[in-house]
Design a protein. Structure first.
Length: 287
């Protein structure tokens, strides 16, 4: 056997051993359960959600530990139907796709306490505006420990393994997806994978009103032009009492204006003095 053939045989054996080692990566040592909301009156049936076209989907995606010790570091796989899209692309997640379904693998630097629970409450998906009303969409999610992903070469390599042919694997850059301290009940299945279901309803996405609605009993807004629209100031309150109100509100002006009273009184006084002078001159003339 030539040296070249020996080297080739060694290289092929090394590659086979490497592939065998990757395929035989250890199982996840953490015992995790994927949980979501359960109907109060129909346990263990899961809550089914409704969302309008274009709206974000607000559903909790939780994890519970069945271990007696803490689990340090978690990863989650989030997989959405073709009628959905990722609401944001967080920088602690790797995104790809397979067979028309969006996939994200996200990493969380947290410690899950023994028999404790944590939950993703931030919306991770939104309904595509063109999705047909009545369509049923799902968000599947799966939990693993960080040790599980590290044993497989890291989270990016895990995401690439689940990517479809030719699909890129891209890291997000829009904030951080976080876990909240919310413990959900045990799911209908005790496994590290689960899903939530939602029905798409008709109508455009909800948008905030341009102006807040008036409260009951409040007067309607004025229909005339806004004084501030022309650049001028709004008319100021008149009356001496307005400036002295404790709460800053002017008192209503009632009665005759004081300026009119002063003017009229002065005129009457002048007429009276003139009449007295005329009478005195007439009495002097008669005498």
């Amino acid at each position: 056997m030539t040296v070249a053939r020996v080297l080739t045989t060694i290289a092929l054996a090394a590659g086979a051993l490497a592939g065998l080692a990757a395929a035989a990566a250890p199982a996840d040592p953490a015992r995790l359960e994927a949980v979501t909301e359960i109907k109060d009156d129909e346990w263990p049936a899961k809550v089914e959600y409704r969302a309008r076209r274009g709206d974000v989907v607000r559903v909790p995606l939780g994890v519970r530990s069945a271990d007696d010790g803490p689990v340090r570091g978690l990863v989650a796989k989030l997989e959405i139907d073709a009628g959905l899209e990722f609401a944001r692309r967080y920088r602690n997640c790797w995104y790809t796709a397979n067979a028309g379904r969006g996939i994200a693998w996200c990493e969380f630097s947290v410690t899950l306490p023994a028999h404790g629970g944590l939950t993703i409450t931030t919306p991770v998906a939104a309904v595509r505006p063109g999705t047909e009303p009545g369509a049923v969409a799902t968000i599947a999610f799966r939990w693993q420990s960080r040790g599980w992903s590290d044993a497989r070469g890291g989270l990016r390599r895990v995401a690439a393994y689940f990517a479809g042919p030719g699909e890129p694997v891209v890291r997000g850059d829009q904030g951080v997806l976080a876990l909240g301290e919310r413990t959900l009940p045990t799911a209908d299945i005790r496994a590290n994978g689960n899903f939530v279901r939602l029905t798409v309803t008709d109508g455009p996405p909800l948008t905030p009103a341009a102006t807040p609605p008036a409260s009951p009993g409040s007067p309607p807004p004025p229909s005339g032009p806004d004084p501030s629209a022309t650049g001028g100031a709004a008319p100021a309150a008149t009356g001496g009492a307005a400036g002295g109100a404790a709460g800053g509100e002017g008192l209503p002006v009632t009665g005759t204006p004081s300026a009119t009273v002063v003017t009229t009184g002065g005129a009457l006084l002048l007429l009276g003095l003139l009449a007295i002078r005329i009478v005195r001159r007439r009495m002097r003339f008669t005498a």
